[in-house]
Structures are given as structure tokens and as C-alpha cells.
Ligand binder design. Structure first.
Ligand SMILES: *Cc1c(COP(=O)(O)O)cnc(C)c1O
Length: 367
């Protein structure tokens, strides 16, 4: 079975050489040498100043909300992974959903502005599949209403917009280095802030709020990355550029092979430097999408209907009476027709061709 993704792993002996170091120091976690080295190298690679690595991308979001002292309502997108919405609810915040742009799949600034109330405390946007949000328009809305912006950049490793890191936009960006992401540390993530003061707050909050043996200044949590995860990250950082260029070739191969399908659409990419984290394809109807999904399974290929269902369609959300903002029709239309095909650097071109052939065959048979 070819899966939608496969975790990239370094050469085993390279990882073992880091393990040998850990066996010498007996230092397993708590801001160890490898975590510190990973933070320096990531800040350098991603071209950002203030970066803290954390245990995962969900805690990264929670730390961001805490550091910004959010209350009440947060405007966000339903076209995302469960963690974006769940993290808000876990922190006692009320998600208010705004619709997306039908071509970039990112939250649309005019829809954000339409649902701002006196209870709104922030905007939580997602760079969907790593494609940058309309950051200038969102900044404009945020500035006029005095709201901070948090970007869930879980998909946006190494992405640039207008020649600079996409992580430079907004007040805080969060990343996930989960095993299934472009850059992985097994479990892991990062918080990127605009100011060193905010970074200091995040660093305190990820370690219980401990400032010294004698004192704890905030009710923080345990969101620390450990040395084994940092070692995985250090190994993978050496190879990530090769991976990214290989993903680009796969993406382009798919796009070429699928573009003749009637009514097919690809995400409108706006990045100046992209990472090809996913291979989303939109079909002319839900019927075609589902036929392709089923046909691929028969052919031994597991694609995924990301992000279907929307977070507004989750059972727990529907049973609460649904979204206060309500109207997310464009997101619903994209969710019904989207399919993410397998993409990872070790996927053979021959397999890409096979997957594309099956996709075309099923789509034509259904149209
Ligand atoms: C993966 C992901 C997360 C959560 O990251 P974890 O590291 O798995 O906790 C958050 N948001 C989005 C959009 C994601 O894809």
C-alpha cells in the first residue's frame, strides 16, 4: 500500500552517532544541548530571530494563545486539521468561523472582518498546505481593529512570501514537526515570535513557568522537546533541501499528468518559495472525488480527503449547536471535492505515474 505520506528518516548510523552522545551525557530532556543546537540551526534555516522548539504543534498553538493572553472569541478557519480548532477550545476560547478563498483555500480577510465583535481577541489563520495566507489583507484588518494574528504554520516549513519567511508575518507563528510533516522530529513543533520578550514568555510557559529553583512566575505547562527528538531534527535538517526539490518534481509531474481531467483545479500558489508539503487536487464534484478515492484504494493507494470533514462538521461541534458565524459555504464546497494524493521525497516517479493514471481513469469514467 502506498500511503499519502511516509516519514522521512535519516541514515541510521547518523542518528546513532547522536544517541552515542546522549549515552555519554545522560542528559535526556530539559533544554539539552541538542535542543539548543536545533533551535539555533532552525532559526538560521528559517531566517527568523525568535524561535522556541516545543513538544508538538498543538501545544505550540496553546502556548501562543496563553502568551497573547487571549480571551473570548477567536476568528479562525474550518478548513484545517482538528488541532487548530481543538486547541482554541482546550484553552477555553470560542472559535468563530470565517469562510475561505476558493482558490488559495486560506481564510478570506473580508469574511474575517465581517464576524469581528467586541468579544473578538485575535485572528487565527492557517497557511493551508503551506500556501501563504493573504497576509497583507489580514494585517490590514487586524490593525484597524487592534487584533493580534496567530498563524498556524504547521504546513509551512521553509515557505517564503514576497522573498521573506512567511513566519515573519503576524504576531506569533506556530509549527508542527510531527512525523508526517515535511520536516519531522518524531513529535515536535516550534513557536516563532516577533519580539524577544514574547519568546521569553513562551519559553517560561513551556517549562511550567519555572524561573529558578525558588520560583514559578506563571502557571505554565510541560511542552518541552526532548533530546531524542532534537537529534532526529538535526539529522533531517541536513537533508531537507534535497527532499524539498524532490517533492517539487513530484508535484509538477502530478500536475502535468492530471491537468487534462475535466474541471480539475489546483491550489493557486502564492509563495515565492514553496515546500510542496501536500498534493491537493480539486475535482468537479464530490462524486468524482469519491470515485477517485475509492479507485485508488483498489489500486493499493491511500489518498486523504484533507480537510473533509471541516472542523465545523465534527460531531462535537455540530452537537454544540454549530458555528455562531455559520456561513462557510466556500469551505464546504472545497472540502467536498478535494483529495490529497501521496507525496513524499522517496515516492518513485513510476508510482507517481501509476497514481496519476488511476486518478485520470476514475475521473474520466465518472465525468
Ligand atoms: C499537524 C497540524 C497541527 C498539529 O501538530 P501536532 O504536532 O500534530 O500537534 C496543527 N495544525 C495543523 C494545520 C496541522 O496540520
Amino acid at each position: 500500500m502506498i500511503n499519502v505520506t511516509r516519514s522521512e528518516l535519516p541514515a541510521l548510523d547518523e542518528y546513532v552517532s547522536y544517541l552515542t552522545g546522549i549515552w555519554k551525557t545522560h542528559w535526556l530532556t530539559n533544554n539539552g544541548e541538542l535542543v539548543q543546537e536545533l533551535e539555533r540551526r532552525l532559526a538560521d534555516y528559517l531566517r527568523v530571530k525568535n524561535l522556541a522548539v516545543v513538544a508538538n504543534g498543538t501545544l505550540a498553538l496553546q502556548l501562543a494563545f496563553k502568551a497573547l493572553k487571549l480571551t473570548g472569541e477567536v476568528i479562525t478557519t474550518p478548513f484545517t486539521f482538528a488541532a487548530t480548532t481543538n486547541a482554541l477550545l482546550w484553552e477555553g476560547l470560542q472559535p468563530v468561523f470565517a469562510d475561505i478563498d476558493p482558490e488559495t483555500y486560506n481564510i478570506a480577510a473580508p469574511d474575517v472582518e465581517a464576524v469581528i465583535t467586541p468579544r473578538t481577541s485575535a485572528i487565527l489563520a492557517v497557511h493551508v498546505y503551506g500556501n501563504p495566507c493573504d497576509v497583507d489583507a489580514l494585517q490590514d484588518v487586524a490593525a484597524r481593529h487592534g487584533l493580534p494574528i496567530i498563524y498556524d504554520a504547521a504546513h509551512a516549513f521553509g515557505v517564503e512570501y514576497q522573498g521573506k519567511s512567511v513566519l515573519e508575518y503576524g504576531d506569533i507563528s506556530t509549527m508542527s514537526f510531527h512525523a508526517t510533516k515535511v520536516f519531522q522530529t518524531i513529535e515536535g513543533g516550534a513557536v516563532i515570535t516577533q519580539t524577544p520578550e514574547m519568546l521569553r514568555d513562551v519559553e517560561l510557559l513551556r517549562n511550567f513557568g519555572i524561573v529558578s529553583e525558588e520560583d514559578v512566575v506563571a502557571p505554565g505547562i510541560n511542552a518541552k522537546m526532548n533530546e531524542f527528538e532534537a537529534a532526529m531534527g538535526l539529522c533531517n535538517l541536513d537533508r531537507v533541501n534535497d527532499e524539498r526539490s524532490r517533492r517539487k518534481s513530484i508535484y509538477e509531474k502530478y500536475k502535468m499528468a492530471l491537468s487534462s481531467i475535466p474541471g480539475v483545479q489546483f491550489q493557486r500558489l502564492v509563495a515565492s518559495q514553496y515546500n510542496y508539503a501536500y498534493m491537493p487536487v480539486r475535482f468537479s464534484s464530490a462524486k468524482v472525488r469519491d470515485a477517485v478515492y475509492d479507485g485508488l484504494i483498489v489500486a493499493g493507494v491511500k489518498s486523504r480527503k484533507y480537510f473533509c470533514p471541516l472542523t465545523t462538521q465534527f460531531e462535537y461541534w455540530r452537537s454544540r449547536g454549530g458555528s455562531r458565524a455559520g456561513n462557510v459555504e466556500r469551505a464546504e464546497a472545497v472540502a467536498e471535492t478535494i483529495l490529497c494524493l501521496p507525496i513524499y521525497s522517496e515516492l518513485a516517479f513510476q508510482d507517481v505515474e501509476h497514481i496519476a493514471d488511476v486518478t485520470c481513469k476514475e475521473a474520466y469514467a465518472c465525468s
